[in-house]
Design a protein around this ligand. Structure first.
Ligand code: GLN
Length: 391
């Protein structure tokens, strides 16, 4: 048989999704792939029931149901501080996963350079390969996950066409400050680069940190493609509803990419999800309070066990430092992947090896998430206590 596309040989399957499959095979508590184990808001479920019998059941407008785009334009018009045209500046996609690849394929020619912070959400690596772009990595250095602005400038000076910004950041939980965003924005304007953002955790930002849209900074609306989704905000990761918001000039081309990639996101789900976007502001306050509590509960549990970890400023991920285990005879020379597989089998809790997020040779971090009901988190913590026996 003839060889397959060389592109597909350049990346592996998703380690995050692989860990979920292994976790399921062993019946472990899955704190690897980030998704909640609770349901979308009641109003959304009622709207879904209504859509089941009242429709729509056929294709919506390819770039998104008018109701949903109108609701998104209203919500983001408020938070970005500018009027957003739902017809020319928004595309509804199958999750932000499609939004990101759509943005990359719209912006990049083969060989174009794109700046990616490391650690990064693994999709960006595959997105770059699929769109022909060449990633240029800028480290976010643990434990504070700060970065060196001159490295971004160097990348832009060398011709990088775009920068990918995950804010709040997966897996580090970093929330970029306004000053950091302004400094990046200033460079992107100076070197005429696009910014593609991934803001799916925008409503999981913990006090005193605040979420600032890159697109809301002066001069950035015209060069930023904001990608986000309803998955995390409304606990509906399986609905696969995401979107791009950007300048009409980019969105016009992105509409073509989206149309031929997927035609459109599921019509009845778009209709039902609109009910979520119509909820009052108190919904988002409640979500933040819920996740703040879960973060504190989980981190306090990790402290009780004595596991070294970061405290995320945003998102629902925690990175645990496993250096102390890797230093013992039992685990000497182990990879973080082997450790995670062992942990699934022996402890009954699934995590993602940190190496799948870092460009640098990092082998001492594993990522867990806390989007679980309290009793599940408590049981996971009870199981993690077993790690004490292996110090
Ligand atoms: N963003 C989530 C994570 O990092 C998962 C998203 C996905 O698997 N599509 O775990």
């Amino acid at each position: 048989m003839r060889e397959l596309s060389r592109r597909v040989g350049l990346f592996t399957d998703s380690v995050i999704r692989r860990m979920t499959r292994i976790s399921n095979a062993y019946g472990a508590i899955n704190l690897s792939q980030g998704f909640p184990d609770f349901d979308p808001p009641r109003e959304v479920l009622d709207a879904l029931a209504k859509a089941a019998y009242g429709g729509p059941h056929q294709y919506s407008v390819t770039f998104g149901a008018p109701n949903l785009r109108a609701a998104l334009a209203e919500k983001y018009g408020r938070s970005m501080g500018r009027a957003i045209d739902p017809d020319t500046e928004i595309i509804v996609t199958c999750g932000s996963t499609e939004a990101m690849i759509c943005a990359m394929m719209t912006i990049c020619n083969p060989g174009d350079r794109v700046i990616v912070f490391s650690p990064f959400y693994e999709n960006y690596g595959a997105d770059a390969i699929l769109s022909g772009a060449e990633p240029v990595y800028v480290p976010l250095v643990p434990p504070a996950y700060g970065f060196d602005l001159s490295q971004i400038e160097q990348g832009l000076r060398d011709g990088a066409k775009a920068l990918i910004l995950c804010n709040p950041s997966n897996p580090s939980g970093k929330v970029f400050t306004r000053a950091e965003l302004e400094s990046i924005a200033e460079l992107c304007i100076r070197y005429d680069a696009y910014v593609v953002t991934d803001e799916v955790y925008e409503h999981m930002v913990y006090d005193p940190y605040v979420h600032v849209h890159m697109a809301s900074l002066p001069g950035m609306a015209e060069r930023t493609v904001t990608c986000s989704s309803l998955s995390k905000t409304f606990s509906m990761t399986g609905w696969r509803l995401g979107y791009l918001i950007g300048p009409a000039s980019v969105i016009e081309s992105a509409k073509k990419v989206h149309d031929f990639l997927t035609v459109g996101a599921p019509a009845p789900l778009q209709e039902a999800a609109t009910a979520g976007l119509r909820l009052p502001a108190s919904y988002y306050d409640g979500l933040k309070a819920l996740y703040t509590e879960k973060r504190d509960r989980f981190c306090a549990g990790l402290d009780r066990i004595g596991l070294a970890h970061n405290v995320p400023q945003g998102s629902y991920f925690v990175l645990i430092d496993i250096s102390e285990f890797l230093a013992t005879d039992r685990f000497k020379g182990w990879t973080d992947l082997a450790f995670c597989e062992w942990m699934i089998r022996t402890v009954g809790v699934a995590a993602v090896p940190g190496s799948s997020f870092f460009r640098e040779p990092v082998n001492h971090l594993i990522r867990l998430h806390f989007a679980r009901q309290d009793e599940v988190l408590d049981e996971a913590l009870r199981r993690l206590e077993k790690l004490r026996d292996y110090r």
